[in-house]
Design a protein around this ligand. Structure first.
Ligand SMILES: Nc1ncnc2c1ncn2[C@@H]1O[C@H](COP(=O)(O)OP(=O)(O)OP(=O)(O)O)[C@@H](O)[C@H]1O
Length: 243
């Protein structure tokens, strides 16, 4: 048997009462892969993230992180996963370093380990010189980079990001997408990046298009945009989305 996928989702379904939000969703993300999950509003992205992070428990289907089943071995699976939620969750009154130390302690790192790891992750996100600043004094882009650094504290192999660039200007968005791409390339991190912004996708990324709770396309961005580009393709595939 080969190495396990960083993330394996198989036949995952979920309903809110009678409303079917996900229907038999299956895909994998491999180590080093940047997978952009594209979907219009209401496609099911938030529901999928809630299931992947165990906010909701899936009754149908399978989720595994580095071969660890989220249902059968939740601690092992969650330990291999880092998450950046759509809503900011920093403590704004703490310094950058203290935000990281606190999270490190939650994951069982000693103070010394947490301090060392905080230095490493801040370096990776080009934030080292901001360690002593209060989170409140950071701009939106730097706050997001701190959240990504924090999600890496426990050395996950899979990073989930739910619309991480919402509300940021073009420069901050470009910087964040570049940093996360570098993590896949240089560290072999697997990334699932949910967005409805097609311009955040680069040609080498894998694209998953979710529409009305189903995966309607999966492939390399450069292979699925032959003529009119990804934006037109995405709109055509999802054009019956209710306004
Ligand atoms: N608590 C709920 N009760 C009933 N239906 C829900 C609930 N939450 C979401 N839905 C429905 O499930 C479907 C998927 O919603 P979801 O929020 O996962 O989509 P999304 O792709 O994240 O959209 P957005 O980008 O707007 O957050 C939608 O049709 C939505 O109306």
């Amino acid at each position: 048997m080969g190495d396990p996928a960083a993330l394996e989702v198989a036949e995952l379904s979920f309903r809110y009462g009678r409303k079917e939000a996900l229907q038999s969703v299956s895909f994998c993300v491999q180590p080093g892969e940047f997978c952009a999950l594209l979907g219009p509003n209401g496609a099911g992205k938030s529901t999928l993230f809630a299931l992947l992070t165990r906010l909701f428990v899936a009754r149908q289907g399978k989720i595994a992180v580095m071969g660890q089943d989220l249902q059968a071995a939740p601690r092992a699976a969650l330990a291999r996963m880092g998450v950046v939620f759509q809503q900011m969750t920093l403590d704004l009154d703490l310094s950058v370093a203290r935000n990281l130390a606190y999270f490190g302690a939650l994951h069982g790192l000693s103070r010394r380990e947490a301090a060392l790891r905080a230095g490493e992750v801040l370096e990776r996100l080009d934030m080292a010189e901001r360690a002593r600043e209060k989170a409140r004094d950071l701009n939106g882009g730097h706050r997001r980079r701190l959240e990504i650094a924090r999600a890496l504290m426990h050395r996950p192999r899979l990073l989930l990001l739910d619309e991480p660039t919402v509300g940021l200007d073009a420069r901050a968005r470009a910087s964040i997408t570049a940093h996360v791409h570098a993590l896949t390339r240089d560290d072999g991190l697997a990334v699932l990046w949910a967005t409805h912004l097609v311009d955040e996708v680069t040609p080498g990324d894998t694209v998953l298009i979710l529409h009305r709770g189903q995966i309607v396309q999966r492939g390399r961005a450069q292979d699925i945009t032959p003529e009119h580009g990804l934006a037109a393709h995405f709109m055509a595939l999802t054009e019956d989305t209710a306004a």
